[in-house]
Ligand binder design. Structure first.
Ligand code: SF4
Length: 288
């Protein structure tokens, strides 16, 4: 059986840098707080917690004082920085530079559109950590649209500045933008394509990859937005695509009569997890 790992899968550079920063600090100290899961991959969170990384949620963070806290690649709203400043919390800011730049652009867009009684609209997933950080740039006023079906929530009689969460799909964003253009003919409309190419550039490659194997195993954590999106692309090309989070999810019957397996993953899936899945497949196949 041919078993191939997609050479383009694995951490994006933003997640890679955040994990590297955590590892570097944990070599110097035996405990480090991280606000939220450092990456949307349960196995990686468990690995780092074994090194001393303690994941805290926002409810805990807002009771803390005199501590050091790592901010992950997703970024945080201004209220997090303000609380840290007032409570002697030293932040190690591993926010991805692309997300930081997007936060600044939304902040600027919000200031400018507010003067014209306009609105900031974010194409993203409500409640997602990155989106919370983006909405925070608008004093909580931005409207979050998850899908083109929600377009009627946008008041097209007022100016609009449209942005996107970095990991949303380009196709959905373009459809939303085109529909808005056709509707908002009287009020000013500014479209900002802020989708990160670290994810969108993977789409043509993963589409091609998924079509080349009799079975596709897509490895991702359950909370990963881009994982779900990239998996759906695999499924659309290859109906025999399975989503797994670790080698424990493999089922023997998947491999019966299969000649080739392609393994790929999300931007939050560590490369070593793809390798572990490949190794586990060899063991399972050996038993058939
Ligand atoms: S997907 Fe892009 S924006 Fe998001 S963390 Fe990775 S590199 Fe940064």
């Amino acid at each position: 059986m041919i078993i191939t790992i997609d050479s383009n899968s694995g951490f994006c550079f933003g997640v890679n840098a955040a994990v590297a920063k955590a590892e570097e600090l944990l070599e110097q100290q035996n405990k480090l707080y991280c606000l939220g899961d450092i990456v949307h991959n349960e196995q990686e969170v468990i690995r780092l917690s074994g090194m001393g990384l303690v994941t805290i949620d926002h409810a805990i963070f807002f009771t803390m004082r005199d501590a050091t806290v790592l901010l992950r690649a997703h970024g945080e709203p201004p209220s997090t920085y303000e609380y840290a400043r007032k409570n002697n919390i030293q932040l190690v800011d591993a926010t991805c530079p692309i997300v930081l730049k997007l936060q600044q652009r939304i902040h600027t867009g919000y200031n400018s559109v507010s003067e014209q009684s306009g609105q900031v609209v974010i194409y993203g997933k409500k409640g997602h950590a990155e989106v919370n950080g983006l909405v925070g740039q608008t004093q909580g006023e931005a409207l979050v649209i998850e899908d083109i079906a929600q377009i009627d929530q946008i008041d097209i009689t007022r100016p609009v500045e449209l942005f996107a969460q970095t990991t949303k799909d380009l196709e959905g964003f373009h459809k939303l933008a085109d529909e808005l253009r056709s509707r908002a003919v009287y009020a000013p409309l500014k479209i900002h394509d802020t989708i990160c190419r670290q994810v969108s550039n993977r789409i043509p490659g993963i589409r091609d990859f998924a079509g080349r194997y009799s079975l596709i195993l897509f490895v991702t954590g359950q909370k990963s937005s881009n994982g779900r999106m990239l998996f759906e692309i695999c499924q659309s090309v290859n109906a025999n695509s399975k989503l797994v989070s670790s080698p424990d999810d493999l089922e023997k019957q998947w491999f019966i009569g299969i000649s080739s397996v392609g393994i790929c993953g999300a931007t939050s899936t560590p490369r070593n997890m793809l390798e572990k899945v490949a190794e586990a497949i060899k063991q399972v196949v050996h038993q058939i």
